[in-house]
Ligand binder design. Structure first.
Ligand SMILES: [Ca+2]
Ligand SMILES: [Ca+2]
Length: 354
């Protein structure tokens, strides 16, 4: 069947609100380094990434990472999948410059299971280099595989019975529940950018091949749409909301009553061959001005005369992101490149304003 993009993380919104994380401190959005755009995620003690709404038998994920690490003995996370209470993890051990593949525990024990030989990590130890890392797993009693690629070259592999066991369990796990990058163990700072996760949709086995570095960056308003009912603090409405990253109180549009709509045109997208559009996700960086007043926001998708509106989104009092996943055009037909490029997206004030 086919790979479906679950999501992407590029740090360009400067927020970590859309980042799922395992136990530990959240990463920060940093402008010290960026693979793409102006921001990347600076790692912390927690692996961070995307959690699945429904478990999958196969996943692939990829990211660019850049470390300033020094020699140590720690195991540091590169990429990992969660498998119920266990995990499949690509780890880096600085003390001997080795890559390791961890896969839960040996059946019925609390002993970590490393099903593939460790391999020398070579030039990966060189600091301050952006590297493309990718991990794919297909969990099955036979014919399964887990593989990791560094800059397009496979560095770790495990094939055959790829079922994973949680600690002290003899019940095999074959369902993946999330994809994460980095995490604790790095001696000094480590950065990640342009992370994505794809979910395999189908009962057949996926092909074991290096995941593409292809990722799709956000589009920003580049002109006025059909409606401009909010009040800008300077310039045209669309010019107050077109910059990346957002400038918070410097330029903005404001609504003081419910029912006002702003819609904007966006720069065109180009969909590569072999890819299709599964959803458009308008995202606003917004806040309400009074915590005691229930001002809300709807995300809007508009093509020709047809309009889709999200449910009301509760707004924080400090700027943060609200978004809606529109899986179809407003008239219910599937998206394609032309439909996206002919559409406007925007916001509508809702809730209480007094
Ligand atoms: Ca970035
Ligand atoms: Ca602005």
């Amino acid at each position: 069947m086919t790979w479906i993009r679950l999501g992407q993380l590029t740090a360009e919104t400067r927020s970590v609100a859309d980042v799922a994380r395992l136990a530990g401190a959240a990463p920060t959005a940093s402008n010290n380094k960026a693979m793409t755009g102006q921001y990347s995620y600076r790692g912390s003690s927690a692996a961070f990434g995307l959690a699945l709404g429904a478990p999958a038998v196969a996943l692939r994920c990829a990211a660019f990472i850049n470390h300033n690490t020094g020699l140590g003995s720690n195991l540091s996370g590169v990429l990992r999948f969660t498998v119920g209470d266990a995990e499949i993890g690509w780890q880096y051990r600085e003390s001997d410059n080795n890559f390791l593949l961890a896969a839960g525990y040996a059946s019925g024990t609390a002993t970590p299971h490393y099903p593939a030989p460790n391999v020398l990590a070579g030039g990966f130890s060189t600091a301050d280099v952006w590297r493309h890392v990718a991990l794919m797993a297909y969990l099955a009693p036979s014919g399964g595989f887990v593989a990791a690629w560094l800059d397009g070259v496979q560095v770790l592999g495990w094939t055959g019975d790829t079922r994973v066991y949680a600690s002290n369990s003899t019940t095999p796990l074959t369902w993946l529940s999330g994809a994460y990058l980095l995490g604790g163990g790095w001696n000094l700072s480590v950065y990640g950018d342009d992370f994505y996760c794809d979910v395999w949709e189908g009962a057949d086995a996926p092909l074991m091949a290096c995941p593409s570095s292809r990722r799709f960056l956000p589009a920003f308003p580049n002109g006025a749409g059909a409606t401009a009912q909010w009040t800008p603090n300077s310039g045209a409405n669309w010019q107050a909301v077109d910059e990346a990253p957002p400038d918070s109180e410097t330029t903005y549009v404001k609504a003081t009553v419910a029912g006002l709509r702003d819609s904007y045109s966006f720069s065109d997208i180009a969909v590569p061959a072999d890819y299709t559009v599964r959803a458009v996700i308008p995202t606003a960086f917004a806040r309400r001005t009074d915590a005691a007043v229930g001002s809300t926001l709807k995300l809007v998708s508009k093509k020709d005369a047809a309009v889709s509106q999200s449910a009301e989104k509760v707004l924080p009092v400090a700027y943060n992101h609200v978004w809606e996943r529109f899986p179809t055009q407003p008239d219910g037909s599937p998206w394609d490149e032309a439909a996206v490029n002919a559409s406007e997206f925007g916001i509508e004030s809702s809730g209480v304003y007094a």
